[in-house]
Design a protein around this ligand. Structure first.
Ligand SMILES: CC(C)(COP(=O)(O)OP(=O)(O)OC[C@H]1O[C@@H](n2cnc3c(N)ncnc32)[C@H](O)[C@@H]1OP(=O)(O)O)[C@@H](O)C(=O)NCCC(=O)NCCS
Length: 170
C-alpha cells in the first residue's frame, strides 16, 4: 500500500530527478501535479489521484490501464517509485511492460531498484500477473541487471527495448 510521507522528501526527490543528466526524465515526474510541490492540499489531491488510478472505473482515458503506484522509502525519505500496470496494451507490450521503476539519483547503486522490484513481484502476483513483462533500453545496463537479478528471462527485442518475463511467484 502507498502511504503518505513527508512532502519535503518528495519535493527534494523530484528536484533531483529533474536535475539528473544520466537518464532521461522519467514520465511520472512530468505527470506530478505542479501544485503538489508547494501546497499540502494539492499534494494530498495528487496522492488521491494516484490511488484512484488503481481502479478500472477511475483510470484516465486514452490508453491508460489500471496502475498501482508505490513509493520506496526509508523512514520519511523517499528513495524511489514503482508502478505496476495491471494489464498490457499493444503499446505496453512493446515498451513499458507491467512494471516501471525509478530510483532518485542520490540513492542509486545501493541495491534499491533490485530490492524494490523484488518487493513488487508478490504484489503483481496478487493482481493476477503470473509472469510480469519488463522492458528496458538495450543501453540501460542498470535496469537490465535489476531485471535479471529478479529472475528475468530475456524473450527478445522490440526495437531498442529488451523484453523480459519475470515470474512473480517466488
Ligand atoms: C535503473 C535504476 C532504476 C537502477 O537503480 P539502482 O537502485 O541504482 O539499482 P541497483 O542499485 O539495484 O543496481 C542494480 C545493478 O545495476 C548496476 N548499476 C546501477 N547503476 C548503474 C549504472 N549507471 N551503470 C551500470 N551499472 C549500474 C549495479 O551495480 C547493480 O549491479 P549488480 O547487480 O551486478 O551489482 C536507476 O538508475 C534509475 O532510476 N534510472 C532512471 C530510470 C530508469 O532507467 N528506470 C528503469 C526503466 S526500464
Amino acid at each position: 500500500m502507498a502511504t503518505l510521507i513527508d512532502p519535503t522528501s518528495f519535493v527534494a526527490a523530484i528536484a533531483e530527478w529533474n536535475a539528473d543528466r544520466d537518464f532521461p526524465l522519467p514520465w511520472f515526474v512530468t505527470d506530478v501535479d505542479p501544485g503538489a510541490l508547494s501546497l499540502p492540499s494539492a499534494f494530498d489531491a495528487y496522492v488521491a489521484r494516484l490511488l484512484s488510478e488503481r481502479e478500472e472505473t477511475t483510470i484516465r482515458p486514452a490508453g491508460f490501464v489500471p496502475m498501482t503506484t508505490l513509493w520506496w522509502a526509508e523512514g520519511d525519505r523517499l528513495l524511489g517509485r514503482l508502478a505496476i500496470r495491471h494489464r498490457l496494451t499493444p503499446a505496453l507490450e512493446r515498451a513499458g511492460g507491467h512494471i516501471g521503476y525509478d530510483v532518485r539519483p542520490s540513492a542509486r547503486r545501493q541495491g534499491h531498484a533490485t530490492a524494490m522490484l523484488a518487493a513488487a513481484l508478490p504484489i503483481a502476483n496478487a493482481l493476477g500477473i503470473d509472469e510480469a513483462l519488463l522492458t528496458c533500453d538495450d543501453t540501460n545496463t542498470a535496469s537490465r541487471r535489476v531485471i535479471e537479478a529478479n529472475g528475468g528471462r530475456f524473450v527478445g527485442m522490440a526495437g531498442p527495448k529488451r523484453r523480459y518475463l519475470v515470474p512473480t511467484r517466488g
